[in-house]
Design a protein around this ligand. Structure first.
Ligand SMILES: Nc1ncnc2c1ncn2[C@@H]1O[C@H](COP(=O)(O)OP(=O)(O)OP(=O)(O)O)[C@@H](O)[C@H]1O
Ligand SMILES: [Mg+2]
Length: 257
């Protein structure tokens, strides 16, 4: 996993267990500027847990992280602020605030962290709605009135609101039909390209990979067991990778309890 550039994010020997369930057993991974990296792994293999460790939503048991070569501890507020100032997150289930209208969901960080006046933040949110292909009339709707695909688009607009240089996407197309999945994959791809955003996606969806990723890391039994460019994936001789891309992953996911 090497490049002539310095990594924007490095993970070294990350471990996480829940009692005797050792979900992550030494994750080493580097994310390079403007790279689009997808972490691939079976359901229950620990992909979302890994993202939660990076975002400081749960503490790692062991290991270290660095942002632009500087060590940081995401569970420390001071450090997490540094990361949050630079990243946007599209959560697996969109994680919108039910009590806020769409525009306020999108503008939340602009108002709370960037202290943008509400009317400016709303204008920015409306322009982001257009970017993600939603009608501006959605701005005043509440999340309960949105379809799954609309929620994903709003989640993506929120993730992009602060012009992040790193975008984290956890299963960006989970629960969507194939056409909407493809639309969301295209959106992430084109918006990331337009804004030169570095993207770390987490997925078990092989079909999404060509749009979401220039590089792929395969998570299995708590470790990254394969990493390479996307065009090497289907040619890989690694039996776990082959098993996964041929859709036989259920037999080989002992990380699940
Ligand atoms: N807070 C928690 N307490 C106990 N176990 C947990 C907790 N969070 C996650 N786990 C366990 O860690 C394992 C990995 O969970 P995780 O959500 O990371 O899977 P995943 O790879 O994201 O799966 P999926 O593709 O279905 O989203 C699972 O077995 C899960 O039950
Ligand atoms: Mg998950």
């Amino acid at each position: 996993m090497s490049s002539t550039e310095n990594p924007i994010l490095s993970l070294k020997n990350l471990h996480k267990s829940f009692e005797d369930h050792h979900v992550l057993q030494g994750i080493d991974l580097e994310l390079f500027p403007q790279q689009s990296l997808a972490i691939l792994g079976a359901s229950g293999s620990g992909k979302s847990v890994l993202l939660k460790l990076i975002l400081g939503l749960m503490p790692a048991d062991k290991g270290s992280l660095a942002l632009n070569g500087q060590k940081f501890e995401p569970t420390r507020q001071k450090d997490s602020r540094k990361l949050y100032a630079r990243c946007g997150v599209l959560f697996q289930h969109s994680a919108l605030f039910d009590s806020l209208p769409v525009w306020h969901n999108i503008a939340f960080s602009l108002i709370m962290n960037h202290k943008l006046p509400q009317h400016h933040a709303k204008q920015k949110a409306i322009s982001l709605l257009e970017d993600v292909g939603l009608d501006t009339s959605c701005a005043d709707l509440f999340p309960v009135a949105l379809s799954g695909g609309m929620k994903k688009r709003v989640g993506l607009a929120r993730a992009l609101a602060t012009n992040p240089d790193i975008l984290f996407c956890d299963e960006p197309t989970t629960g969507l039909d194939p056409i909407m999945s493809n639309t969301i994959d295209h959106l992430i791809h084109s918006l990331a390209k337009k804004h030169q955003t570095t993207v770390l996606s987490i997925t078990h969806n092989i079909i999404s990979l060509p749009l979401l990723a220039s590089h792929v890391a395969m998570l299995f039994q708590g470790r990254i067991i394969w990493y390479d460019s996307i065009d090497k994936l289907h040619k890989s001789k690694n039996p776990i990778v082959q098993q996964f891309i041929q859709g036989k992953q259920k037999k080989s996911s002992p990380a699940s309890p």
